[in-house]
Design a protein around this ligand. Structure first.
Ligand SMILES: [Zn+2]
Length: 187
């Protein structure tokens, strides 16, 4: 009999944990923006020397909340719903001399930019991952209205850490991008 009582007590505890209403997070994504910066040179080999020397030939700025304030609903200063406006801004190189380049050179450059783009999209996926982590946190924790700002800042720091480890794994995208096998006509 004693055992049964213990079981029912723990059962009640589980129920009370599950019904502990927490914050509903809405991530209202703003469309990804892609910007280009000019890089000039007649030969692809010159362009790639410039790009390889740069730490970020492409960049991806990720924001948990961009351009406007987050919104929330609260009950007795406890947050019940939170809406954030995440965004990614990607920057890629644009070869100024592209239009006058030969077809093989254009294709090679396109592949490099595509690989850079994939690397930067990888950063954007990290924004999604961190928002998923935040969503899980909010499901299981109570947050007061005066705590949101610090909480979002701490998740922005987590995102920063994710960015750093992704870049150290990929050597800032250099491992994802091949500047090799440049066609002879582009050297
Ligand atoms: Zn990177």
């Amino acid at each position: 009999m004693k055992k049964i009582k213990i079981i029912s007590a723990s059962f009640i505890m589980i129920i009370s944990t599950l019904t502990y209403t927490q914050v509903k997070l809405t991530a209202s994504w703003q469309s990804t923006e892609t910007n280009y910066y000019d890089i000039s040179g007649d030969k692809l080999s010159d362009i790639y020397n410039k790009l390889e020397g740069k730490l970020g030939s492409g960049t991806c700025e990720g924001f948990l909340n961009y351009g406007r304030d987050y919104n929330y609903k609260q009950n007795n200063n406890i947050i019940t719903e939170l809406t954030i406006y995440p965004k990614c801004i990607i920057t890629l190189p644009k070869w100024s001399n592209y239009s006058s380049a030969g077809q093989q050179c254009k294709s090679h450059f396109d592949k490099v930019v595509e690989a850079l783009k994939n690397h930067e999209n990888g950063h954007c996926k990290l924004v999604k991952k961190v928002i998923g982590d935040l969503e899980n946190y909010l499901k299981n924790n109570q947050v007061k209205t005066n705590e949101i700002s610090n909480l979002l800042n701490s998740y922005a720091e987590k995102l920063n850490d994710e960015y750093k480890s992704y870049d150290s794994q990929t050597d800032h995208g250099r491992k994802d991008v091949s500047f090799d096998n440049i066609p002879n006509e582009c050297k």
